[in-house]
Each structure stands twice: as structure tokens, then as C-alpha cells.
Design a protein around this ligand. Structure first.
Ligand code: UN1
Length: 504
């Protein structure tokens, strides 16, 4: 894309470090009849929770602390080997993992397959990055001195994962913390404990010692107990803004407590801006994917569609037609495009909001009467200021803007304070450069859908109310899990013995 005139520095060619297994987490090829058959057979087996693996938060931190010295001294290559073996095991158990995702997280089969692929990508990517990025390096310095920079583990990390990516985000957090030499107490979301338990069992099978990675299941009280524990060295969290803030307060509550990092990835109020030069078919396809795939239950999902006035009616007409073709139903059926939402609570909140705004519904489609199916819905916004929060479901709000208002429109989206994803559909190079320059989001998608960030290619994460960074699946993520330590030696006073300092 053109970057001239935006004030960005030149773009360096990407390092050929890692090739993701998949092209992206949407639009996958489901012709693989074997996967479908295997997954269907697995779906017939009930999901079982392993009560044995569940321990109390305090005891888990105690064990993780005791396990830390040996794990942090385990050579980096051996830790990376564990992640690669885990990736292999995830491949071997792909159909079972997919079946649990369908049953427990109510994922459609395509969503389940792409999530397993993303989990594999995270393990392989962080293993590869760790091998190249975490080696000790010698830094330049004055004559007679040597300076060595090392990246080492910090201690015990608490990893708190969401139910919407209970395998990929769960393992992404865990893999990053482990490979950098930390021990981990992981808490899956209360809606999705079984997939977390299976993933942890596979990690143990891959060679991660049991006390190095433990799982503690439960709700907010368990998360609060873990993050209130003054012995932990960091928290990595994906979930809601209020929970992220509660964790931050917990980490600061005790004056005597060490300062520790919080890596948070939270919500978004993600807008797609469409101008009159955009290709309508492409726009409609990308609205459907971004707004309704995964029943809109992705923090990257489209929430606010901003159509240039001249093309609004035409685009909405086409969108109605495309929505009518969507198949909402049983996620275990391979023909299903959109499944139910995660639980009754989520269903009730979304349906109550829909009832509140029923006079502004532009279009909605029929869904099965039984089950937690929220109809994919487009809702008119008369005023952009009327939407200031994220609705985590298949609800897309639409508003219009006038020619000449592109800059002001981006500014109004920025002003909402979130900063996760933004989409632009335009064939004007100057407009994409302008939006690229102005948008305060972690992930800007131009002329494509706004979901399905590819590990290693599209590091994912936002700013403002959307999170702290660094971005998951990106080249700087691992560093945040590390303590950075430099050692400087005066080699003259040591008799010129440079070997006092090793790069080991
Ligand atoms: C989330 O919903 O918490 O880009 C993250 C995507 C996914 C990440 C979603 N890889 O849609």
C-alpha cells in the first residue's frame, strides 16, 4: 500500500521466519471429508471435565514458584522443542479438539478448524521467535568493558483466557509465557474449561512438567484470587474492559507488592468505513464475514458500519439479500454458517437490547426458535453518539457519512476510545493513506474483512480501551514476558579477562 505522505518511515521487508499453516482464519476449505467425518464421530462422544486437574489458586502458585528455577534454567531450545511437539500433538488430535470446540464453545465446524490451526500457529511461531530473538547479545560499549543483554523469565504468570477463543488464545498466552522461561497458572473461561484441560494435558505430554503449567478452573473469584497473589510476576488477560481494570486494580492494591506487567487484550467498537468507490460485492462479503461469522463473538468483529451516503441504500439492499442466504443453526452441522451465542446470559442481554432498538432494525433474518440463536441483525444509528459500547453478538449498527467527511468520520470513531480493528473499503489511494494515518487502531484492514488476523503476519491487539499491547502473534510479544537484564564488566580490572562474561 502507498505510504508516501503519511509520515511513516520506510517499510522493511519481512523476515522469513515462519510460514503460517493456514491462509487466514476465515473462508477455509472444508472439502477435506476426512476431517469432517472424524470430527462428526468425535462430536458423538460427550465432553468430560477432568476434576482431578483442578487445584486451588494459592496451591497452584506455590507449586509454580517452586518449579520456576528449574524451568527457567532449562535451555531455550528445549523449551521451544516442547512447543513444537505440542503443535504436532494438536495436529494429531485435531478432530477431537474441534469436537470439543463445537460442543463446549458452540463453534461452527469451520470456526473450530480455524481455531485449531491458529493454536498450532501460535505454538510454532513463538517457538521460532524465541529461538532467534531471546539469545543473549553483546551490546557495543566503551573500550575495556563488555555488556551483555539477556532475556529471561520473570517468574509465575497468570494467564486468563476468554471463551470465544478457548484454545487459540488460551494456548497463545501459555506458549508465550512458557517459552520465555516462566511457569504458568492458566485459568480458562468458566464456559470452556474442558478444551483448556485437554490443551494442558497435551502440553504435559509434549514435555512441559506438570508444575510448570497448571490449570485452575473457575469464575471471576478464582481470577481475583490468582491476580491478588503477591507472588505472581505478571498477568496476561483477554476479556472485557471492566475485568481488565479490576485486574489492574488488584495488581496495584498492595503497597508492598512488586510492580508487575499486565498484558490485556479487551474489547472493540470496530468500524468499517465504506466510500462510494468501493466494490459492492466485496463490501457485502466482508460485512457478512466481519459482522456475523462466529455469531459476531470476536473482539475483532464489525460493530459499526459507516456507509457513504450515496451508496448506502444500494449496499443495504445487497446486504439484505446476502444475509437472507445465511444458514443459522446447529454448529455441528457442516452446512451451518452461524451458530448460537455462548450462553443464556449473553443471549438474554443481546435480545433485550434488540427489543429496545426494534424500531431501528434495518434487517434481520430468521433463526431456529429453540436454542440460543440471536438473529443476525442490522440496526440503524441516527446518531453516531448513540453507540458507545460493544455488543458481543451478531448485531451490526449502520450510519452514513457525506462526501468530504472521511477525516471527521475517522475522528469520531477514534473519539469512542476503543482502538482494536478498523476497516476501510475504498479504491482511492489518498483515502487509504489518510485513514492509515489517522486511525488509532491496532489492526487496520483495507478492502478485506476485519477478522481472522494471521499469526506472524497480522499481529493482533489494540490500544486505548482495547488493550495494552504488545500484539499477540507479533515480533514483540515475547519480550513482554521477559525480564531484560544487562551485565556489564570492566574487563581491565579483571586482568583483561573477557571470559568473565559468557554469552551462555
Ligand atoms: C478475540 O476475539 O478476542 O482476528 C480476538 C481475529 C482473531 C482474534 C480475535 N484472530 O478475528
Amino acid at each position: 500500500m502507498a505510504v508516501g505522505g503519511t509520515g511513516h518511515p520506510a517499510i522493511a521487508a519481512p523476515a522469513d521466519l515462519f510460514q503460517p499453516e493456514r491462509t487466514n482464519s476465515i473462508g477455509i476449505d472444508l472439502d477435506d471429508a476426512v476431517i469432517l467425518q472424524e470430527t462428526a464421530a468425535q462430536i458423538a462422544r460427550p465432553v468430560q471435565l477432568d476434576k482431578q486437574t483442578t487445584v486451588a489458586p494459592e496451591g497452584a502458585v506455590t507449586k509454580a514458584l517452586a518449579a520456576y528455577p528449574a524451568w527457567s534454567n532449562t535451555p531455550l531450545d528445549e523449551r521451544a522443542d516442547c512447543l513444537e511437539r505440542l503443535a504436532d500433538l494438536l495436529e494429531t488430535h485435531r478432530s477431537r479438539l474441534m469436537a470439543i470446540l463445537v460442543q463446549e464453545a458452540r463453534k461452527t465446524i469451520p470456526d473450530a478448524l480455524s481455531e485449531v490451526r491458529e493454536a498450532i500457529d501460535f505454538c510454532r511461531y513463538y517457538a521460532a521467535r524465541a529461538r532467534t530473538d531471546l539469545c543473549a547479545v553483546e551490546l557495543p560499549g566503551p573500550t575495556g568493558e563488555r555488556n551483555i543483554l539477556r532475556h529471561e523469565g520473570r517468574g509465575v504468570w497468570v494467564a486468563i483466557a476468554p471463551w470465544n477463543f478457548p484454545l487459540a488464545i488460551f494456548l497463545g498466552q501459555v506458549a508465550a509465557a512458557l517459552v520465555t522461561g516462566n511457569t504458568v497458572v492458566a485459568k480458562p473461561a468458566p464456559q470452556t474449561p474442558a478444551i483448556g484441560q485437554f490443551a494442558v494435558a497435551l502440553a504435559h505430554e509434549a514435555g512441559v512438567p506438570e508444575d510448570v503449567l497448571q490449570i485452575v478452573t473457575g469464575g471471576g473469584d478464582v481470577g481475583a484470587a490468582l491476580t491478588a497473589d503477591v507472588r505472581i510476576a505478571g498477568v496476561v488477560f483477554t476479556g472485557s474492559v471492566p475485568t481488565a481494570k479490576a485486574i489492574a486494580r488488584n495488581l496495584l492494591a498492595d503497597d508492598a507488592r512488586p510492580l508487575v506487567p499486565l498484558i490485556a487484550e479487551t474489547g472493540g467498537l470496530n468500524a468499517m468505513i465504506v466510500d462510494s468507490t468501493a466494490l459492492s460485492e466485496q463490501v457485502v462479503r466482508d460485512i457478512i464475514i466481519s459482522g456475523f461469522q462466529s455469531a459476531g463473538q470476536r473482539c475483532s468483529a464489525l460493530r459499526l458500519l459507516l456507509l457513504q451516503e450515496d451508496i448506502a441504500e444500494h449496499t443495504l439492499e445487497m446486504l439484505r439479500g446476502a444475509m437472507d442466504m445465511l444458514n443459522v443453526g446447529d454448529p455441528a452441522d457442516p452446512a451451518t454458517d452461524i451458530g448460537p451465542v455462548i450462553d443464556q446470559d449473553s443471549y438474554d442481554k443481546l435480545m433485550a437490547y434488540r427489543a429496545e432498538v426494534k424500531d431501528r432494525i434495518v434487517h434481520a433474518i430468521d433463526v431456529p426458535a429453540q436454542g440460543l440463536f440471536v438473529p443476525p441483525t442490522v440496526i440503524r444509528l441516527d446518531n453516531l453518539d448513540d453507540l458507545n459500547r460493544e455488543w458481543f453478538g451478531p448485531l451490526v449498527h449502520v450510519a452514513t457519512w457525506k462526501a468530504g467527511e472521511l477525516e471527521a468520520t475517522v475522528a469520531r470513531v477514534n473519539a469512542k476510545g476503543f482502538g482494536l480493528t478498523m476497516g476501510l473499503h475504498s479504491r482511492i489511494a489518498g483515502s487509504s493513506a489518510l485513514v492509515e494515518n489517522l486511525a488509532r487502531v491496532g489492526n487496520l484492514y483495507i478492502n478485506r474483512s476485519m477478522i481472522g488476523a494471521v499469526v506472524g503476519s497480522q499481529p493482533f491487539g489494540g490500544e486505548g480501551l482495547s488493550g495494552t499491547g504488545p500484539k499477540a502473534g507479533g515480533p514483540h510479544y515475547l519480550y513482554r514476558f521477559c525480564a531484560e537484564r544487562t551485565t556489564s564488566v570492566d574487563t581491565t580490572s579483571a586482568g583483561g579477562n573477557a571470559s568473565l562474561l559468557s554469552l551462555e
